[in-house]
Structures are given as C-alpha cells and as structure tokens.
Design a protein around this ligand. Structure first.
Ligand SMILES: O=C(O)CCC(=O)C(=O)O
Ligand SMILES: [Fe+2]
Length: 279
C-alpha cells in the first residue's frame, strides 16, 4: 500500500494505484487532532447503547450472537459539522474529482465501530457492486475498468493487525468479482494498518473486509462512500438535517449532497426550454 502525506500526495499516482496497482493508498496529515477527537467522541456517544442499526457482511456474526460487537453510526452529517468538513477536505476533493469525475457525490457518511472481541466481516466488494454475488442483477458485461466507487476510511483508533484493521487482497480490483471461499481471502490478505487521523482510500471493487478485533481497545473509523454524479446514494443523505442546513453550506458539501445534478427531476412540472446538449 503506497503511503502519502498532505504534502507529497500525487493525484495521478494515486489514481493509477487505485485502478492498476494495489487498489488502496494511505494519506496522513489531513486532519487536526482536535477534529479527529471530536469526530470520535460523537461516534462513541451514538454507539454506546444496545440498539441495533442495520449493518452489512455480518451474517456469521449474526449467527454467533455477536452482532452487538460491531456497531454502525449512520447519517453522520446530521450529528456534527465536523463530518461534512472532513468528507470535503480539499485534498480528497482534488483526488476524487479526477477519479470519479468533477461532479462526484457522497453515497454514505457513517462510522464502523468494532469492540474488543468483535468478529470481522465477510470478504466483499462495496456499493454499488456490493451485491455482485448476484451478478445477473447488474448489466451484462459490467466490470471494474472504470470506477463507480471510492471508499475513504478515516481512522479513529489505532488500526493494527490485532485490532482488526481492514483486510484486503492487493490487485483484486482488476477483475470485478465477489470473492468466494475458493479465493482464500484470509490466506492472501494484507491489512490497512494506520494511525489515528490517517486516511485510507481504496477502490471498493477490491476484495476487503473488517477483520476481527483481538485487541483490548475499540477500533472505529469513519467510512465514506463516494460515487459518480449519476449513481444513487446508499443512505438517504438528506434525512434528519434541520431546515436551512444547506443555506451556509460550502459549494463542495452541496456538490457531495447531489445539488449539482438534479435528477430525477419533475420535468413535467419544470419551466420549459432546452436543458441539455452541447448548445
Ligand atoms: O470497517 C472496516 O474495516 C471495513 C468496513 C467495510 O468494508 C464495509 O462496511 O463495507
Ligand atoms: Fe466494504
């Protein structure tokens, strides 16, 4: 996994690594300690209860009665200004404009907290490929040769091998396929280790999963899903936001929330005129 900093990151090298190389890079130094601490504090507060939120790729944990050791906090935009700021960091915007097209959007802004003893996930690929175990539900000939996804993990607790840093098989994004038992994921995988505040950026066609937390501390991360402008988000990104939330929002956050590409639209109820075309 190539590692960059806020000072030496290289957009072309990163896009090449995501598409043709390992499929994942790390970038350190994007966020202040204070922002990372605030982000973690709010997530811990929202995940200290026993109420269960929806999760994914945790079928085995559900069978073993261990689902409560992996906790999701969804809809982070409504839970603190810090999350929108982190998701629209200028370095991420610059890289992702190149990777997903200039008008890319955000499909989910959530957290994944794995408590000590928490089991890992099933090896998988991410949205919109996440149900590629049923490829017949997708268009014929679909592949990963151009990206319809970027995943950012902002690390909030030490990501070590013991704590269950995300496992991945380098290069597996070069062929779009949902991994099977025969692929021997655990025999082949490396882990996205990192320090608090680091960002891991990967192409979600690459096989990966949260690994079991065998340490004595929590293992939390903010998980952000980014999409081209025309793929529909996973989360309903607009619920729970107070009226006027976007009045003072930055152009970057408005873009991430889909305001720049207003489809589907009630065309039958819009003012007439030519809306699309080179002229
Ligand atoms: O938390 C992690 O390590 C990865 C989570 C993940 O891949 C997912 O939920 O899709
Ligand atoms: Fe994933």
């Amino acid at each position: 996994m190539l590692r960059f900093t806020a000072e030496n990151y290289d957009v072309d090298a990163i896009c090449d690594a995501l598409l043709n190389g390992d499929g994942v890079v790390a970038i350190s130094g994007l966020y202040s300690d204070a922002d990372v601490a605030e982000a973690r504090r709010i997530i811990m507060e929202h995940s200290d209860g026993d109420d269960q939120k929806p999760t994914h790729f945790q079928g085995a944990a559900a069978e073993d009665g261990k689902l409560n050791l992996q906790r999701r906090v969804w809809n982070l935009l409504a839970k603190g200004d810090v999350y929108g700021q982190m998701a629209s960091h200028p370095v991420l915007m610059e890289i992702l404009r190149k990777w997903l097209g200039t008008e890319f959007i955000m499909g989910s802004l959530a957290a994944n907290r794995i408590l000590p003893g928490g089991p890992g996930q099933e090896p998988h690929v991410d949205y919109p490929y996440w149900d590629f175990h049923s490829p017949e539900t997708h268009p014929i000939g679909m592949n990963g040769s151009f990206p319809m996804n970027a995943q950012v993990s902002i690390i909030l607790d030490p990501f070590t091998e013991a704590s269950g840093a995300t496992g991945y098989v380098a290069g597996s994004q070069r062929e779009l396929r949902y991994p099977t038992e025969a692929d021997d994921f655990y025999g082949k995988c490396s882990q996205m280790t990192g320090e608090v505040g680091d960002v891991v950026l990967f192409y979600g066609v690459m096989w990966h999963c949260a690994m079991p937390n065998n340490s004595d501390h929590d293992r939390s991360a903010i998980l952000i899903n980014y999409l081209p402008k025309w793929v529909k988000p996973i989360e309903d990104m607009h619920i729970g936001l107070p009226d006027g939330f976007f009045d003072d929002a930055t152009p970057e956050l408005r873009q991430l929330m889909g305001f720049n590409y207003p489809y589907p639209k009630a065309l039958d109820e819009s003012a007439g005129g030519n809306e699309e075309g080179r002229k």
